[in-house]
Design a binder for this molecule. Structure first.
Ligand SMILES: [Zn+2]
Ligand SMILES: [Zn+2]
Length: 456
C-alpha cells in the first residue's frame, strides 16, 4: 500500500496533536525532583501545513511536510478533528509486518484513547503513553467513556496489550528513605497501576528510584521491592517493568545488578519485568555498537537479571559517549550509538514481540519524525526487508534510501524539517523559564535527572 499525497494531506488536515505537557518549571524539593525527567513540548505550529500539493506520490527524505496539523489547545475544535481522523484510518501510514514491534511514546493529550490513534497514524507496531500527567501527584480518574474508547480503538487498530508499555509518572521514587514521601510516591504508583488494569493493559514501565543521597543503595533497593510486593497484592495482573537507568548520582538502575537486587526481593516474579533503554544502557557503560558488544551486553543481562524478564525496550540514540552517565536522548542514527547499534537490535530474535519504543527528541513535528525513525529501524532488519510488501511500505515513507548514509540523511532531514517547523516565538522558552533555556529541556523525553548538572 502506498500513501498518496492526497491522503497524506487529508491526514495533515485532520490531525490534531495537543500539547501533552507544556513545559513548566517544576517547583519541587530536590529529592522529589530527583526522578523528574524532561518531556518534549509536543506542539505543532500553525504553519505546519507547508508544502503545496506537488507531483510527489510519496514521502521521501526530501519532504519537509509535517504529518501534523495545526496545534491547538485541548479544546473542542481539536477534539472534533481528532474524531474525524479516527474515522478515516485509511489515511494512516502503513504498518510494516514485523516481529520487531517498533513504536513511539505518543501523546495522550485529550484522553488516553487518543494515544492509540496517534500510534496507528505513524505506522507504529507498539506504543507508550502516560496514563495521567507525569508531573502531577494527582490527576482526575479515567472516565468510563475514555476507558471504553481506548479499548475500542485498541481493537480497531489491532493492538494487543503486550505491545503497549505505559510509562509511569516521573515524580515517583519508591526508594525514597523518607516514609511519608515514599507513601506519596506509592499512592501515585498504585493509581497508575489501577489505571492500567482498567484499560486492560499488561505492562507498566517505571524508573526504579533514588537514594536521594540519604540512604544506602541496599536499603533503597529494599524499599523499592517492598513497594512492588505491596502493589502486586493490591492489583491483580499488571506486570511492573523496571527501566534501567543511565546511572547518574544516586539513581538506582544503572547497573544490571541493581535490577537483579530488586527482582530478588520481589515475591511474585511473574509480576515483574525489565525495560532496557538503549541510551541509558550506553550511558551506564554497556556498549551496543558492534555485534560482539551487543551480544556481550545481552549476555550480561541474561546472566545477571535473566532474559525472560525483558518485557520491552526504549530505542534512543545517545548525545553523550559510552559510560557518560548522562542521559541525553538523540534521534536514531545521529548520536554516539549510531545505526549499527540499532541494526544489532533489529536483527536479534531475543527482542522480538516486545514493545520497542522511541523516546527520541520530537521537536514539534513528532509524527513525521517518528514515522521516519520507525521506517528506518524496520529497514535495518534483514528479515523484515525480505518481504516485498514491507520494502514497498518502507519506501513509501522514507523513499529509496538504502545505505547507512542515506538512512542517516533521512533522519537528519526529518529533524531539520521538524526544527524548521518550530514557531518563531518558541513557547518552550517562555514556559520553561530558565530551565528551558538552560539545556534545551524541551527536546528530550524520559531523561534521568542529571544530579551532576542540575542545580535547581
Ligand atoms: Zn526510557
Ligand atoms: Zn523512562
Amino acid at each position: 500500500m502506498r500513501l498518496s499525497l492526497s491522503s497524506l494531506l487529508v491526514t495533515i488536515t485532520v490531525f490534531h496533536y495537543a500539547a501533552a505537557n507544556p513545559l513548566e518549571a517544576v517547583e519541587l524539593k530536590r529529592d522529589e525532583l530527583i526522578l523528574c525527567c524532561v518531556d518534549p513540548v509536543q506542539k505543532v505550529p500553525d504553519s505546519s501545513h507547508e508544502g503545496p500539493p506537488s507531483k510527489k506520490a510519496r514521502l521521501s527524505r526530501t519532504d519537509t511536510m509535517a504529518l501534523e496539523g495545526p496545534e491547538e489547545s485541548q479544546g473542542g475544535r481539536s477534539a472534533r478533528k481528532s474524531k474525524k481522523a479516527d474515522s478515516n484510518p485509511k489515511t494512516f501510514l502503513p504498518r510494516v509486518n514485523s516481529l520487531w514491534k517498533v513504536g513511539a511514546h505518543v501523546s495522550a493529550a485529550g484522553g488516553v484513547e487518543n494515544a492509540v490513534t496517534k500510534a496507528a497514524s505513524i505506522g507504529a507496531n507498539a506504543f507508550a503513553l502516560f496514563l495521567k500527567s507525569q508531573r502531577k501527584w494527582t490527576s482526575p480518574a479515567l472516565t468510563n467513556d475514555s476507558i471504553a474508547s481506548f479499548k475500542e480503538k485498541m481493537t480497531e487498530h489491532n493492538y494487543t496489550s503486550d505491545v503497549v508499555l505505559p510509562h509511569g509518572s516521573y515524580l515517583i521514587n519508591l526508594g525514597n528513605p523518607d516514609l511519608e514521601k515514599r507513601q506519596k510516591s506509592y499512592d501515585c504508583f498504585i493509581d497508575d497501576l489501577k489505571r492500567c488494569e482498567l484499560l486492560g493493559l499488561k505492562y507498566y514501565n517505571f524508573h526504579p528510584g533514588s537514594t536521594v543521597g540519604s540512604t544506602t543503595k541496599e536499603k533503597c533497593i529494599s524499599h523499592i521491592a517492598e513497594c512492588l510486593n505491596r502493589a502486586h497484592r493490591e492489583t491483580t495482573s499488571i506486570v511492573t517493568v523496571i527501566e534501567n537507568m543511565a546511572g547518574a548520582g544516586n539513581i538506582i538502575g544503572g547497573d544490571f545488578a541493581d535490577i537483579k537486587g530488586i527482582i530478588d526481593q520481589v515475591d511474585d516474579k511473574s509480576r515483574v519485568g525489565v525495560c532496557l533503554d538503549t541510551c541509558h544502557s550506553f550511558a551506564a557503560g554497556y556498549d551496543l555498537r558492534t555485534k560482539e558488544a551487543w551480544d556481550d551486553m545481552m549476555k550480561q543481562f541474561d546472566e545477571i537479571v535473566g532474559i525472560s524478564y525483558l518485557c520491552g525496550m526504549h530505542l534512543n540514540d545517545s548525545k553523550t559517549g559510552l559510560g557518560s552517565h548522562r542521559d541525553r536522548h538523540e534521534n536514531i542514527g545521529l548520536g554516539h550509538l549510531g545505526l549499527s547499534s540499532f541494526r544489532n537490535l533489529m536483527n536479534d530474535e531475543r527482542v522480538q514481540n516486545i514493545p520497542l519504543i522511541l523516546e527520541t527528541p520530537n521537536f514539534e513535528a513528532p509524527m513525521e519524525l517518528w514515522a521516519k525513525e520507525i521506517a528506518v529501524l524496520q529497514q535495518l532488519s534483514t528479515s523484515v526487508m525480505e518481504s516485498k510488501e514491507n520494502r514497498d511500505m518502507i519506501q513509501s515513507i522514507i523513499g529509496e534510501a538504502s545505505t547507512d548514509e542515506d538512512l542517516v540523511d533521512v533522519i537528519k532531514s526529518a529533524v531539520k524539517a521538524a526544527e524548521g517547523s518550530k514557531p518563531k516565538k518558541a513557547s518552550a522558552a517562555k514556559k520553561g523559564g530558565k530551565k528551558g533555556g538552560k539545556r534545551k529541556r524541551d527536546e528530550d523525553r524520559d531523561e534521568d535527572e542529571d544530579e551532576t548538572e542540575e542545580e535547581d
